[in-house]
Ligand binder design. Structure first.
Ligand SMILES: [Fe+2]
Length: 261
């Protein structure tokens, strides 16, 4: 079953757009393999871990919108009533989580040497959305959108994200986009079995919660759409949590955010 979810990309993602489209429409989930170099991801995560060890976390709430357009690290804890997101009826009010977010802005100092990866990742997002490849890579004042390239750490000792569905700015998604409306690509940046032992990213596929990280590899891109319930099961609860540690699960996001100021 899992093999049917993976679309291998050799050179041009365009050659596989029909395949990606069909897997997404059938399963509300798809994995793209071969588009991102895992070596660069591994090297980047080493630098991210050092950054976590040497810097402090910002508070869960209260940062200015512009603060996260630069290097910025915070814990994301609690029920997230603060997120300002529209509350979806099915999941009701709260979206509990325990994770760390590290914003890694494009075209700045590239301190994690991950710009190359995030630019490629965002171009794939743009391809799937059916927009210009360069869309929102640099802050786009005309469209008022930017790419919130960032890394999520789900720490050893209980990192998790409760089950939810994503919403992505609908107005910019074209009707003929590969993702057919809303979708969210997630970059796999750690290896289950090596970087963490239990838990991991899951998605509801054919009515069952499937831990897709049981079969993904570093550099894979998992794609959800607006129907996909997904989250992250508790990471390594048999280990203690240390705040200044980079142990655990890592994933990357390149979500389109509105420029608020
Ligand atoms: Fe999500």
């Amino acid at each position: 079953m899992t093999k049917n979810l993976i679309v291998e990309i050799n050179q041009d993602i365009g050659e596989k757009s029909d395949k990606i489209q069909s897997v997404l429409s059938e399963k509300n989930f798809c994995i793209i393999r071969g588009a991102i170099d895992p070596k660069i991801v591994k090297n980047g995560i080493k630098k991210v871990k050092k950054y976590i060890e040497k810097n402090d976390d910002n508070p869960v709430t209260g940062e200015s919108p512009s603060a996260v357009r630069d290097y910025f690290m915070k814990l994301s804890l609690g029920e997230a009533r603060h997120s300002g997101k529209k509350i979806d009826k099915k999941f009701n009010i709260v979206r509990p989580r325990f994770k760390r977010v590290i914003y890694s802005p494009l075209f700045k100092q590239d301190i994690f040497k991950l710009d190359e990866v995030f630019i490629r990742f965002a171009k794939i997002r743009n391809f799937l959305m059916g927009v210009d490849p360069e869309y929102a890579l640099r802050e786009d004042k005309t469209n008022k959108m930017w790419t919130a390239s960032r890394i999520h750490q789900f720490p050893s000792g209980g990192g998790f994200m409760s089950s939810h569905v994503d919403t992505v700015a609908p107005s910019i998604i074209k009707k003929d986009s590969i993702g057919k409306g809303f979708f969210q690509p997630i970059l796999i940046m750690s290896q289950k079995g090596k970087d963490f032992e239990s838990g991991g990213g899951f998605a509801k596929i054919d009515g069952k919660n499937v831990i897709y990280e049981d079969f993904t590899e570093i550099g894979d891109i998992a794609i959800y759409n607006s129907f996909t319930e997904h989250g992250c099961f508790d990471i390594d609860t048999h280990k203690p949590f240390f705040q200044r540690s980079g142990n655990g699960r890592f994933s990357g996001l390149c979500t389109l955010y509105k420029i608020l100021n």
